[in-house]
Design a protein around this ligand. Structure first.
Ligand code: HEC
Ligand code: HEC
Length: 221
């Protein structure tokens, strides 16, 4: 282990602590909210039913042609940020960009609260990863590769907090795809954006390490 590696690892840890502090104090990293007037109840219900066609009635996610991610128990602040980023093009996905442009900002709060309230069992599914290695990376990171402990930000139980997403019970195939394509899908944010926080971590994980951590968190409740 060289000095430079240690310095980077320590920087990551300092960053992680800062993010956790910010997210729990509920300030600073918040993106500007365009929270306009609340939408009528019936319109929100209809929109939620539309989301459930793909994300599953219980919000557990769905294995179709694509792995459609779990929304059940997801942090509302994270859901709202993703809808805003898909709609603006900061996060790229051909399906969700179109879906998000059809949701008015006034509906974000109610839709996010609905999916946060669901508590479906994890769908599971295989990423082919080594669960024991995944548990180790999640809890302690890989200091020799400058990978911070995921638990420092995503929480010891992987439930996330505010704008930091829940990973527990997420479909492993979706997690592998997401961590392997971060720059392409979420690289449009400036260095100050929340998506930028994950860039060094996604660069420093190998494919085997990504599968391992996906297998571990995907099985958590
Ligand atoms: C036609 C299918 C479809 C519909 C309808 C749909 N989604 Fe999605 N959703 C997807 C897919 C596929 C992804 C994964 C996209 C990606 O990889 O970026 C996704 C991703 C998401 C994400 C990001 C999840 C994460 O963990 O980062 C959120 C949030 C989301 N959808 C919310 C919604 C909401 C709210 C609705 C209803 C207004 C909705 N979706 C309707 C297919 C759909
Ligand atoms: C410094 C804090 C921090 C650390 C450490 C961290 N994350 Fe994240 N992570 C975030 C933030 C913030 C987001 C949300 C980014 C956004 O909104 O685009 C995120 C998003 C993610 C997502 C996307 C979730 C989804 O539903 O699409 C995955 C997967 C993820 N992190 C996995 C990990 C793993 C695995 C590790 C450990 C190897 C880790 N993270 C370490 C802060 C962190």
């Amino acid at each position: 282990m060289t000095g430079i590696h240690w310095r980077n690892a320590l920087n990551s840890i300092a960053l992680a602590s800062a993010i956790v502090a910010l997210s729990f104090s509920g300030s600073a990293v918040a993106r500007p909210h365009a929270r306009s007037h609340a939408a009528p109840h019936g319109a929100v219900q209809a929109k939620i039913e539309y989301c459930q066609i793909c994300h599953g009635e219980s919000g557990a996610g769905f294995y179709g042609y694509y792995a459609i991610p779990r929304l059940a128990g997801q942090q509302p602040g994270y859901i709202e940020n993703q809808l805003r980023d898909y709609a603006s093009g900061l996060r790229h996905n051909p399906i969700m960009s179109g879906v998000a442009r059809g949701v008015t900002p006034g509906m974000y709060g109610a839709i996010a609260a609905h999916f946060h309230s669901l508590n479906a069992a994890p769908l599971g599914g295989r990423s082919g990863g080594n669960v024991a290695l995944g548990r180790e990376i999640f809890a302690n990171g890989l200091p020799e590769s400058n990978v911070p402990a995921c638990s420092a930000c995503h929480g010891p139980d992987a439930h996330g907090a505010r704008q930091i997403p829940r990973l527990a019970g997420q479909l492993p195939v979706y997690l592998v795809k997401t961590l392997s394509n971060w720059g392409r899908e979420r690289g449009r944010q400036s260095a100050g954006g929340l998506s930028a926080i994950m860039v060094p971590t996604t660069h420093n994980l190998t494919a085997a390490q990504i599968s391992a951590v996906a297998a571990y968190v995907g099985g958590l409740r």
